[in-house]
Design a protein around this ligand. Structure first.
Ligand code: NAD
Length: 497
């Protein structure tokens, strides 16, 4: 840790907050109070105490943000040539890196995640801007062969104003993976961060302005889902919505979008499997499984929350895994813990409820299973790393997203059986496979219903690799070059010579 970062962490730990955090919307290139003049608190999950306030927005604020975005589209943002847009995004990436310490500490306080994870997320946000900076002047159309009497070609036009509705588990990285391709494609953006984690989206406003983004091309309205999210999703001035969040809210957003025939991408939940076959490198599979379910205290849409292990290695694998899980130290995200808190008291209740009900139905609790607190302060919303075994495939703990540090174990009698179990929920977001047999791994990968499949490293990939789900995990793809198509309209122009 650099001395500057250590000083910032010490300030945050002793005062419980950071000075100079943004407390208003970011609209039309400037900080802007809510029309209602109301504020709302944001809470540090590691202590359970409020540490900052932001504007509590409403439909009028959404209107202002959408009209500012349209003005930007009619102004210099529309005429900026792609290479210049690319240079602007590259400057934004450099500014994110230059301000990485402050962004990471704010993110850790707001979400509860460990500082090292927050640093990874901020680095990922910078990578998103870097990646799409390079894409601006390469996102080209094609020529269509109609013979000597015609010229026919396609162009990608910006879709217009793109809404980004973001959840609390990966605030800056989820925002950046939508915002960077949207700006690269020439769109203007209105973002609505989660009520629980508004800060880094607001901080991005200042950085993008410093990078030279015209006023109105990026706007942030903070507030609740009902008061800000719903009017944004239903706004006739929005041309595209990227919604990342729960299935229930995603359905509402899709219904609102339908009324205006607005395009929508849904990045929803998951119940993703990790298949560990008998010939796997056991130590690598154990480390992969621990990261897949206990990183960010399991609050990851693509968490590996179901371990599907072949029967012949089940007992030894689970024994080693549980020994490692029992060694995890829990504590505040700005300390040196292996796992931080969950994001809210409501989320803690939800997780505890799933585990208690599973045990009452006969699940075998292999480790964890209890709420706890930061051992240093006695505060915060913590849940022990938990492993549940001996549950039938149709049990709610196997079928539903718990969104916490809870792994359920399923036993497979063969690779074939493992595939059937893996595809046996309503979700289809990601899947992991651990085996030394590469041919078998690729055959299984082809049969898994998932937007991403990882072989021998869970979460392998980065901003370059397209991400998204199938079935109740949603549709549309973020990341990679494919994401640019979400933010553009394809036009085909044909001329008779
Ligand atoms: P959520 O659906 O409650 O909230 C997500 C966002 O939607 C928040 O900004 C919220 O304020 C807003 N919102 C709430 N009600 C709204 C409404 N009626 N109209 C418009 N917006 C509204 O989800 P959450 O609890 O914040 O996040 C957890 C969920 O997100 C999990 O299910 C998780 O799997 C999912 N998630 C998915 C991905 C992915 O990429 N697939 C990534 C992260 C999280």
């Amino acid at each position: 840790m650099t001395p500057a970062l250590a000083t910032m962490v010490a300030e945050a730990r002793s005062t419980g907050t950071l000075s100079g955090l943004p407390d208003r919307h970011w609209i039309n290139g400037t900080r802007c109070p809510s029309g209602s003049n109301r504020l709302m608190e944001t809470v540090d999950p590691g202590t359970g105490k409020a540490f900052a306030q932001v504007a509590a927005g409403n439909a009028a604020d959404v209107d202002f943000a959408v009209s500012s975005a349209h003005k930007a589209l009619d102004g210099p943002w529309r005429t900026m040539v792609p290479a210049e847009r690319g240079r602007l995004l590259a400057r934004a990436a450099a500014l994110i890196r230059a301000n990485a310490d402050r962004l990471a500490v704010a993110e850790a306080l707001d979400s509860g995640k460990r500082l090292v994870e927050a640093q990874g997320d901020v680095g990922g946000a910078a990578r998103a801007f870097e990646y799409y900076a390079g894409a601006c002047d390469k996102f080209q159309g094609s020529a269509i062969p109609l013979g000597p009497d015609y010229i026919s070609y396609t162009t990608h036009e910006p879709i217009g104003v793109a809404a980004q509705i973001v959840p609390w588990n990966y605030p800056i990285s989820t925002l950046a993976r939508g915002l960077a391709p949207a700006l690269a494609a020439g769109c203007a953006v209105v973002a609505k961060p989660a009520d629980q984690t508004p800060l880094t989206a607001l901080m991005m406003g200042e950085l993008l302005a410093q990078a030279g983004l015209p006023a109105g091309a990026y706007n942030v309205v903070t507030g609740t889902g009902v008061e800000v999210g719903a009017p944004l999703a239903a706004h006739p001035g929005i041309d595209h919505i990227t919604f990342t969040g729960s299935v229930a809210t995603g359905i509402h957003v899709m219904q609102s979008a339908a009324a205006n025939v607005t395009r929508v991408i849904l990045e929803l939940g998951g119940k993703s499997p990790i298949l560990v076959l008998a010939d796997a490198d056991i130590d690598a599979a154990i480390e992969g499984t621990l990261g897949a379910i206990f990183e960010n205290a399991g609050q990851i849409c693509s968490a590996g929350s179901r371990l599907i292990v072949e029967r012949s290695i089940h007992a030894t694998f689970v024994e080693k895994l549980v020994k490692r899980a029992n060694d995890f130290h829990l504590g505040h995200g700005l300390g040196s813990a292996d796992m931080g808190p969950v994001n809210s008291a409501a989320q803690l209740d939800r997780i505890a409820g799933y585990v208690e009900r599973a045990i009452s139905r006969g699940a075998k609790l292999l480790c964890g299973g209890k709420r706890t607190v930061d051992p240093e302060t006695g505060l915060g919303w913590f849940y022990q790393p938990t492993v549940l075994d001996n549950l039938p495939a149709d049990d709610e703990a196997v079928q539903q997203e718990i969104f916490g540090p809870v792994l359920v174990v399923q036993v497979a009698d063969s690779a074939e059986h493992a595939v059937a179990l893996a595809n046996g929920t309503d979700y289809a977001l990601v899947a992991g496979i651990y085996t030394r047999d590469f041919a078998k791994a690729h055959r299984i990968a082809a049969r898994l219903d998932a937007g991403q499949v990882y072989i021998n490293e869970f979460f392998a990939g980065g901003i370059e690799t397209p991400f998204g789900g199938n079935r109740r995990s949603g549709f549309g793809r973020a990341k990679g070059f494919d994401a640019l198509t979400s933010y553009s309209k394809l036009k085909c122009i044909t001329a008779r010579l």
